[in-house]
Design a protein around this ligand. Structure first.
Ligand SMILES: O=P(O)(O)OC[C@H]1O[C@](O)(CO)[C@@H](O)[C@@H]1O
Length: 514
């Protein structure tokens, strides 16, 4: 094999205009890999072209997949769609201006989950500053304590807090609960919730109807041709992030520029295709290796979490497009370098070899000048040293990595990063023949949760002043004793009337109403 320097130069792809580069030289694919994959890569380019032209690229749900049009409305397949996107963005801008002009608000509470929270959370954290126009907070769970923490931090500013409830389906229980909890807090404080609330949701969804009926401040659309995990450039991200005061036009422009670059069907010139091919190489097209995402920049720490949903919800599928059982997917985890060096990098270097790393390098250290922490050396030099050092150490240990470099964390670059992975995921899905745009598996957990809630209600109703074991209640209700036992424990921990008497073992514990 030629020297690493030669391999680096051969497999480094740069875009001078975007300041972006991707280095796949530390992935140990052989010379025959790319030629072997070329027919599949061409197939992926062709299906992406069809997708962007408005094909039903999500066959199960019979939907188009249009997140690329959000940053280039002129590419939408129908003029009405182009107009819808443009009108929506204009109405968001106008609304944001009205909010600023009113001087009523200091904070924004975003309520959403999954794709209706992760994008806004990542971008808000990556680009936020102390000069933000409005400060963002999130309810992204149905955890009562998490909700209380956020509400407590907002308690003296509730009147000046705009609530943005985001749910594409408009029926996600966690989000509905968050909304009800917020409504209750506003009511308790004597504030008119509707006059502080905004909805981002599908037309005629349950949430949409509530917002309409209660006369909320504003409603913005979420279209069925935008998936939750690729929705940050729709109203889902634009409403909260524009309110925060971020330059969302630059973010859209960065994504559009990356989209343009990644439309080339020249494999070696296409960074999204190189990513998809490297994932395929690393995991043998079966997801055999986990994707460890290591951005060396605090501002990008949530990117790993954002990518976790994008990649795992898109690629983790039981069936392929021909209905064959394949159980595809790639596990994604990561936080940030060099912090993770003091957490799990030991295992990456020496332990089980079940991963490949994606380093993300941000070339510019900071806005101002750096002090020297050692003669002639800055903190940023150290960060660079740890990145390059870890990359080299992993390679020496036989572990593969790829490196993405960006000049700095700006709205434009963040938009470009998001768009790069949007397309890489789409390409990979074609390489392994799956639908990246549905999530049938999530339904199973939702259905099971509904069953648990039903059991909980029945168990609550069956409690009396007489002490009973879980098995006794289960027999009376024809329920599973373990499910009943968990319900009883939950009730005992949260309902002061429910008493638990320990019998030394789950089967002997008794429960009664005090
Ligand atoms: O925006 P919604 O409809 O509330 O959904 C939230 C999230 O729930 C899921 O449907 C399933 O987890 C995600 O795909 C989605 O991003």
């Amino acid at each position: 094999m030629s020297s690493l320097w030669d391999r680096y130069q051969k497999y480094l792809l740069r875009n001078e205009k975007l300041g972006f580069s991707i280095d796949i030289s530390r992935m140990r694919f052989g010379d025959d890999f790319l030629p072997k994959m070329e027919p599949l890569a061409q197939k992926a380019f062709a299906s992406m072209k069809d997708l962007e032209a408005g094909a039903i690229a999500n066959p199960d749900e019979k939907r188009m997949v249009g997140h690329y049009w959000l940053r280039a409305p002129q590419l939408a397949p129908q003029p009405e769609l182009k107009a819808e996107i443009e009108n929506c963005n204009k109405s968001i801008r106008d609304f944001v201006q009205q909010v600023y002009a009113s001087g009523r608000f200091t904070d924004v509470l975003v309520i959403g989950i999954g794709g209706s929270a992760l994008g806004p959370q990542f971008v808000a954290d990556a680009l936020g500053t102390d000069d933000d126009k409005l400060r963002l907070h999130f309810f992204d769970n149905t955890d009562p304590d998490g909700i209380d923490r956020t509400l407590t931090s907002l308690q003296h500013r509730l009147e000046h807090t705009l609530v943005v409830v985001i749910s594409k389906s408009g029926g996600t229980p966690e989000t509905r609960n968050g909304m009800l909890e917020a409504q209750a807090a506003y009511k308790k404080a004597g504030i008119n919730f509707a006059k502080n609330a905004v909805a981002v949701t599908g037309a005629d969804s349950t949430l949409d109807k509530v917002a309409l009926k209660e006369g909320w401040l504003a409603r913005f659309p979420m279209w069925d041709w935008v998936g939750g995990r690729t929705s940050v450039m729709s109203a889902v991200g634009l409403v909260p992030l524009w309110l925060q005061g971020l330059d969302m036009q630059s973010l859209l422009d960065g994504a559009a520029a990356m989209d343009e670059w990644t439309r080339t069907s020249e494999t070696l010139q296409n960074p999204a295709m190189l990513l998809a091919l490297m994932w395929h190489y690393a995991g043998n097209g079966r997801g055999a290796k986990d994707m460890v995402v290591l951005p060396y920049k605090d501002r990008l720490a949530l990117y790993s979490k954002y990518l976790q949903q994008l990649v795992m919800e898109s690629l983790g599928k039981a069936l392929d497009l021909d209905g064959k059982e394949v159980h595809q997917g790639i596990a994604v985890y990561g936080n940030k370098g060099s912090t993770d060096q003091h957490a799990y990098v030991q295992q990456l270097r020496d332990g089980v070899h079940n991963f490949f790393v994606t380093f993300i390098e941000v070339r510019k250290d900071r806005a101002g000048q750096s002090i020297e922490v050692e003669p002639g050396v800055t903190s940023g030099d150290f960060l660079q040293g740890f990145l390059r050092g870890t990359r080299a150490a992993l390679y020496e240990g036989g572990r593969d990595s790829l490196t993405i470099s960006i000049p700095e964390v700006t709205p434009f670059q963040v938009g470009a990063l998001i768009a790069l992975y949007d397309r890489a995921v789409g390409f990979y899905a074609t390489l392994v023949n799956i639908n990246a745009y549905h999530q049938p598996g999530v339904e199973a957990g939702k259905k099971a949760a509904a069953t648990v809630l039903k059991t909980l209600t029945r168990v609550r109703g069956s409690l009396s002043a007489t002490a009973q074991t879980a098995s006794q209640i289960a027999t009376a209700l024809s329920e599973d004793p373990e499910a009943v036992f968990h319900a009883l424990n939950h009730l005992a921990a949260n309902d002061s009337r429910v008493r638990k008497q320990s019998g030394g073992a789950p089967g002997s514990d008794t429960f009664l109403l005090a």
